[in-house]
Design a binder for this molecule. Sequence first.
Ligand SMILES: NC(=O)c1ccc[n+]([C@@H]2O[C@H](COP(=O)([O-])OP(=O)(O)OC[C@H]3O[C@@H](n4cnc5c(N)ncnc54)[C@H](O)[C@@H]3O)[C@@H](O)[C@H]2O)c1
Length: 276
Amino acid sequence: MRVLVTGNQGRIGRYVQAQLEAENHIVVGFDRAAGDDIRQPAALRAAAQGCDAIIHMAAMLADPKDDPNDVMHVNLQGTWHVLTTAEALDIRRVVCFSSVNALGIFIGESLPDYLPINEEHPCRPGRPYALSKFLGEEMCRLFTRRTNITTICLRPPWVCFPENYARVRQRWAEKPESEWSPIWEYGAFCDVRDVAAAAVLGLTCADPGHARLLLCADDVMTSGRTSRELAAQIHPDVAWRGREEYESEPFRALVDNSQAKAVLGWQPRYSWQAQE
Ligand SMILES: NC(=O)c1ccc[n+]([C@@H]2O[C@H](COP(=O)([O-])OP(=O)(O)OC[C@H]3O[C@@H](n4cnc5c(N)ncnc54)[C@H](O)[C@@H]3O)[C@@H](O)[C@H]2O)c1
């Protein structure tokens, strides 16, 4: 497959590109670091000529130093240009990077209604980045409804790079409360290699129409407490909906990844417990 990859020079993008190339796909990169701009539709369309699919990662992230107008401009108009390019060139599949932030219960926005979190949890993002990700998903949903072009929105939590495992453990050893203070992100993470694998599977999996999929490792980031203990200690007032699986798998993730597994045929390979 020939795949247009926006944001291919970013931190995750480099892994996605490597995974695509390892599977003998051809990558057409599109990144501001190479002088491209997702806000320019004609340039995007020129790059996408002859492509069979698009993986869209180019975005501005949740950096409080960024101008919210720029975040909205790049993230929403960027997604719009990707979708209109797909339609104009009859590219039938788009894998879009959203984020768990679309839910509005990460980066300290609000507490969840319940734990563990799944795709049914209501979305109530308020901050620019989170809102841009949620509205990008909605744009994809309505685009698929009209065009029948497949849009798969991936919602990773904190993406963990190989070098991060030891760093986080070191930080927790020096300052134990940093595990949950100032913000506890439900111990959710996904290894960048698993994120890249999910994105590439999105190109060839059975057509789900439009899908929004939480990507998460199978287990929780923890210095030792089980998932249930963490939830009870940090958010005692949040309703607990975990069932008996948390008895047999006490470190099971608090973000449900079962839909991603079912839709993509994906299985995360990297776990917190195994990365000693
Ligand atoms: N890193 C995480 O923990 C995480 C978690 C959830 C979702 N995501 C999403 O994954 C995607 C990739 O994130 P990342 O961590 O690799 O970020 P990154 O900042 O490393 O990469 C983003 C890339 O987009 C490019 N870009 C930015 N503005 C552009 C523009 N106007 N035109 C063209 N290219 C532009 C940048 O040059 C950069 O290479 C993003 O959509 C992000 O929202 C990341």
